[in-house]
Unconditional design. Structure first.
Length: 415
């Protein structure tokens, strides 16, 4: 019987008010919509109680009084107190339409009042991370789209969406939008503090979905870029995660940019975390011997921080080979054997691996037992590298000037 009554009330509600978030169809004036919405909530209350009672009647009278007095904000806030009735007794379409109607009716209120209504609906949508989770996320998304694209209020809604995706294990629903976040933050005119909040939540979402990943490290780097010497508070945890992640990712071969971050530098000055800073520095610029020495001096450090020795060893071999390629145009097999601690028979395999990973471009001269380097990937980019670039540009300029001179002289002699 209750189900039949709910279906009847639902049909009446949908017939009177049809308001999807993307397109409002106003089939009744505002007063009629308010009356229908209030009656709908009241009948749901009667259904839950099992019969109409004096409390239901008084509540309906209160609703009608607020409508007569034109107190839309007060009415909507009062109805929000019974939001559980919607989630417990209505189908998905009705739930979505109901909250969309709330938004429509609040449009003429002051911004502060609108935000209060949206906050209550958000709280309602986030009240459970177990039932109707996809619908709840959809409603939060509708509320996000309720605000103009450049409104800073979208920051708060996106933050709620990220939080709910975490709580309800729907991370995959939001991560495809991460590529747009910098554009959105600029559109919202987000402050540095707001950016930090968003990046921290994004990192948690990414970590939950993908574990250790380049995407997660990219988000951490954006967060670290918001940190300076004067606002280090709360950044230590993320600095530690950044350092360990950069070391752990097997195909990440450049991390010297992290060492420029004030948040990372605080590790260097911490007795508890200075070894992590030292290890990150090794992976940024040192070779295999330095890593082996570090491990011998701190044999439990890698395992204590979730790092695998063999994986780190392999990565350091590749990084060492990359450094050799920067330092020398021709590398002898013997030099590679000594630096990577491999047998001569294995040298070509390591060269092929480095080429396939994009660390170097090279040719193997098997007869002379040397590697001819064409190009190599810089592990570190600092003032020395800028000077190298400057010298190369000067050499190219001089070479072009010489060619021009030869051409001009040739033209003059032919005349």
């Amino acid at each position: 019987l209750y189900k039949n009554i709910i279906n009847t009330v639902t049909k009446l509600f949908l017939k009177t008010i049809h308001t999807p978030m993307s397109f409002y169809v106003n089939l009744a004036d505002k007063s009629s919509q308010l009356v229908t919405l209030s009656s709908f909530f009241n009948r749901l209350s009667v259904i839950e109680d099992g019969e109409e009672n004096e409390g239901n009647k008084q509540t309906l009278q209160k609703y009608n009084q607020l409508i007569e007095e034109g107190k839309i904000k007060e009415l909507l806030l009062l109805l929000c107190q019974s939001q559980h009735l919607i989630w417990e007794h209505c189908e998905d379409k009705v739930i979505e339409t109901c909250w969309s109607t709330f938004c429509l009716l609040s449009k003429e209120l002051e911004n502060e009042d609108i935000n209060e209504i949206i906050e209550r609906i958000s709280e309602s949508a986030m009240s459970s991370n177990e039932s109707k989770t996809q619908l709840r996320l959809k409603i939060l998304t509708n509320l996000y789209n309720f605000y103009p694209a450049t409104s800073n209020e979208r920051f708060g809604m996106f933050k709620r969406i990220l939080s709910y995706c975490l709580e309800s294990k729907q991370e995959s629903k939001i991560t495809p939008q991460f590529s747009n976040i910098d554009l959105w933050l600029n559109e919202w005119n987000a402050s540095q503090e707001q950016r930090k909040e968003i990046y921290k939540l994004m990192y948690s979402v990414s970590k939950n979905e993908k574990g250790t990943s380049k995407e997660g490290l990219g988000i951490l780097e954006k967060y670290l870029s918001c940190i300076d010497e004067e606002n280090l508070a709360g950044s230590l945890e993320y600095a530690i995660d950044s350092a360990i992640t950069a070391i752990k990712i097997s195909d990440l071969y450049s991390c010297d940019n992290l060492l420029k971050s004030p948040a990372i530098n605080q590790l260097q000055n911490s007795n508890e975390h200075k070894l992590l800073y030292k290890l990150l520095s090794l992976f940024a610029s040192e070779k295999l011997d330095a890593f082996i020495t570090f491990h011998e001096e701190n044999p439990s450090f890698l395992q204590d921080n979730g790092l695998d020795y063999d994986e780190c060893y392999t990565k350091m071999r590749l990084l060492s080979l990359s450094s050799l390629a920067v330092e020398q145009n021709e590398i002898k097999y013997s030099t590679i054997c000594e630096t990577l601690r491999v047998e001569e028979d294995d040298v070509e395999e390591w060269i092929v691996n480095a080429i396939s990973l994009g660390l170097i471009e090279a040719k193997i001269d098997e007869l002379e037992k040397v590697i001819l380097i064409k190009e190599s990937k810089q592990r570190v980019f600092n003032q020395d590298q800028w000077k190298d670039i400057q010298n190369k540009i000067l050499n190219w300029t001089n070479h072009i000037d010489s060619l021009k001179k030869v051409v001009n002289e040739s033209q003059m002699s032919s005349q």
